[in-house]
Design a protein. Sequence first.
Length: 150
Amino acid sequence: MSLGNNLFQVRKKSGLSQEAAAEKLGVSRQTISKWELDETLPDIKQSKRLSVLYGVTLDELIDFDIEVKEIEEIIEKTSEETQKKMDWTKLWAKKYPILETYPREVQTGQYTIKLQDMLTGLKREYGYSEEDAFLVLKDILAKLWQDNTN
């Protein structure tokens, strides 16, 4: 996605018109339009002002993805009670069918023991709660996955 498209998406998400954004930034509506059409680029000072106006970081402004932002907001607004009611495996299995089929194929006992040992180690060595140990282990696995797929 281009910077111009990102600027357009984040402006729309913030509910501002080109005119309103231009007025708040002290530039013309045409300047906003040229940035959003990738005809010109805002300088670093203007970019910082845009990020403040739109309520995003500079990194988010550059890499803005409306779908990711919407998902993040939904997750943040979802209560713990509601999250606990959700069958996350079933939901993710729609995208990744292996999550539904592996329990019939894999004898998970040996993996469960090893994972439990890792969780116990995280709790003992770092004083993590059960939930924090799970989150750390999940994050380690996610980074391992990312490293192996890049």
